[in-house]
Design a protein around this ligand. Sequence first.
Ligand code: IFM
Length: 464
Amino acid sequence: MNPVAARGLLLPEADFPPSFRWGVATSSYQIEGAVAEDGRTPSIWDTFSRVPGAVAGGDNGDVACDHYHRMPQDVALIKSLGVDTYRFSVAWPRVQPGGRGPVNPAGLAFYDRLTDELLAAGVDPWVTLYHWDLPQELEDAGGWPSRDTAYRFADYAMLVFDKLSDRVDNWTTLNEPWCSAWLGYAIGVHAPGRKDYDASIAAVHHLLLGHGLATQRMRAAATREHTFGITLNTGTADPLTDTETDRAAARRADGMGLRIYLDPLRKGGYPQDMVDDLAARGTAFPVRDGDLAIIATPFDVLGVNFYFGQDFSGTDEQGSLVDEDGHPVVRAVLPDRPRTAMGWPITPERFTQLLVRLHRDYPGLPLVITENGAAFDDVADESGFVTDDDRTAYLAEHLAAVAAAREQGADIRGYFAWSLLDNFEWAEGYAKRFGIVHVDYATQVRTPKQSALWFRDTIARNRA
Ligand code: IFM
């Protein structure tokens, strides 16, 4: 019997058609380990995680889930969940050490084996080319704020595409460029840890340019049909109160979080209100002739990563309208809801709101939920099993939210749970567990949690 039903938990049930894609997702640095094997060179996360205080517990990805050595058994685990697709990312410094020059055959061979193993298990591989592990040498040469990195990214993408495109249909260029640009270059809580607002605006543009260049080159080289896309981290930005000040703050948050990515990707240019706001701060996107056409290269699917929605206020806690530098205040206020272990509010109804809005404001773009999930303070029993009612409920409520958005017309074609495994949660280290499969880091034993069994049964019910 379904483990959740057996416990008498009442969860919302959502129905999806047989064509709906069901998957689990991971990323290279978060699970692979083996950071110095087979020619891999350091990424910005290898460097950043050595900075004292940068990562909780002083953790790093040196070993992580040791997936590099345990890949076949992890693929067997994926198969056991009944998913049809596995979304993984490729580590740039493994495939092209240093981020430029020839391919490293030993590094690329890992993804070649992974692809074959997945296909043999009847699981469709979904490749993300960049999930934050920039080769350190490219950061030393300027990183994403440097225009050259966009061209280096397109070259690297082609190395992977040339090898895997005979077997891989689904290609995502970037995962969550907002995190790379904002967390990495503006506020410095992610690698490479820079705090330079102008650099982060340049990074936004060069990430998007890299996406466009890579998409153009992969499509031109394709000898059969592929699905190309980009994944954004999305949320909702509502005004805390119905005042002009709070509405302006929500507009700015939505602009920086979503529209500065989706407008150039789908509408051919940066939103004018954000261009004006940046001009008022004395900065601008470093656009050159032809860039916007490259960025607006058509793509086939938008990957949507959703965790929670937020409200925004245009005043700080003391009531001031401007911050210490004289810029307008944009203060996130978390809705008063139960929270996950990350402190993130649980807001499934805002997921529906977001998906319907994406469908309305960016029409004609199929959506796939490439990440959704939650960290909770799991307690494993002696056998390693975790009865994670909280995570199971989170997944059920968010799947119901996806179904509700589909009923309102949003073209949503699939859903990936984040994450397959407990893993290295960036600045939070290993303390935060997002997996639907528990990992005992001392032994590397994997044990599906209740949520994994529920997800497996939900997929089977929808297929039946
Ligand atoms: O673990 C991350 C992932 O790498 C990117 N999206 C959000 C997840 C949870 O924070």
